[in-house]
Design a protein around this ligand. Structure first.
Ligand code: ZN
Length: 346
């Protein structure tokens, strides 16, 4: 523990997390600026509580250009009644609220990427202060954490829920069970390119049951992907014993990401032409996209190939690509009980 982590958060919640009933309120973060000298950021949240059951923490808008989470959670916040639950549901529809308000992945205030900044800092930037509050005040309340992502403006995904390989196999099994309960069309054992600073990592390090999702992308939300979010949230709350009822079960394709060969990465910028659609089956070595050098006509094109047999689970969304962009993400279909690789810390 260093002195910084003991500093109190400047954020004050207008709700009482221990009170029964429905409370709509804000996390108030003082933010002095040119157009509001003694102003504050008012980050919406809802707490619904009845009795002493488990707590679910439901978050969206971790990145500000991903919309299934905010839509499903603003809707849940307005419709969930205390009499519908046993326990507590904390709903934070737009974690990186400044980013959400302008529709960008990162914060317009400090360029903070909420999912790379945990555990945050109480005396840091605006994004660090929000992360620190979540780390020290919201995550400790939770038994189950669901963070709803999609691809944002630069990626799109087949709709999937995700769990990670964890050092604690029992915790990993609980996360996988929760991922399966969410019941997205795809369920993925996700290999992160770099897990440092992620909200996922913070929640998992606290021993929480954590489920993430990628439900679509392109900087918008579609009716079918919003329905996946809404159905998944209800299924997960039933799984946690917070909501009564029968989960709505549909087939879910289990995908694994065994190694970095699942990622196809651009080594030059240009105009991208995909050869395969999102969700298509591909064979190792099969061309997935070509990139045209647009500095002139008649130039050689760069062909990109699948590094594994699998399914195109994600792809670059805009028509132009830069060096280093993820062009495609290949998931490897496995049998439902097929996750038998020894666990390792990501
Ligand atoms: Zn995201």
């Amino acid at each position: 523990m260093n002195a910084v982590s003991l500093r109190p958060s400047p954020i004050a919640a207008s709700v009482d997390f221990d009170r029964d009933g429905v409370q709509h309120g804000h996390l108030k973060l003082p933010y002095s600026r040119d157009d509001s000298a003694w102003g504050a950021l008012m980050i919406p949240l809802t707490v619904v509580k009845r009795g002493s059951g488990p707590t679910a923490l439901l978050t969206g808008g971790n990145h500000g250009d991903e919309y299934e989470g905010p839509i499903a959670l603003f809707d849940l916040a307005r419709t969930l009644r205390a009499e519908d639950i046993a326990g507590r549901v904390v709903i934070l529809p737009a974690m990186n609220y400044p980013a959400f308000r302008v529709g960008t992945r990162t914060s317009p205030i400090d360029k903070g990427n909420m999912n790379r900044i945990f555990p945050g800092r109480a005396d840091g930037t605006v994004t660090e202060k929000i992360a620190d509050y979540i780390e020290r005040h919201l995550l400790p309340l939770a038994d189950l954490v669901l963070d709803i992502h999609s691809g944002g403006k630069t990626l799109e995904f087949v709709p999937f829920a995700a769990a990670h390989l964890l050092a604690d196999e029992a915790q990993q099994a609980r996360c996988v069970a929760a991922m399966a309960a969410f019941n997205a069309p795809y369920s993925v054992m996700l290999l992160e390119l770099d897990a440092v600073g992620m909200y996922d990592t913070a929640a998992e390090a606290m021993g929480k049951v954590f489920v993430s999702t990628e439900l679509g992308g392109g900087g918008t939300a579609r009716p079918e992907t919003i329905a996946v979010a809404t159905r998944g949230i209800r299924n997960l709350l039933i799984h946690a014993g917070i909501v009564d009822g029968t989960p709505e079960r549909r087939p879910s394709i289990r995908l694994d990401m065994p190694d970095g060969a699942c990622y196809v990465t651009a080594t030059q910028g240009g105009l991208i032409e995909f050869h395969v659609a999102l969700g298509a089956a591909v064979r190792r070595g099969e061309p997935v996209a070509r990139v045209y050098d647009v500095e002139g006509t008649g130039r050689a094109v760069a062909e990109y190939h699948a590094g594994r047999d699998g399914v195109v689970a994600g792809r670059h969304f805009p028509g132009l690509v830069q060096t280093g962009d993820t062009i495609a993400v290949i998931g490897v279909p496995i049998a439902d009980r097929g996750i038998v690789r020894p666990s390792r810390r990501r």
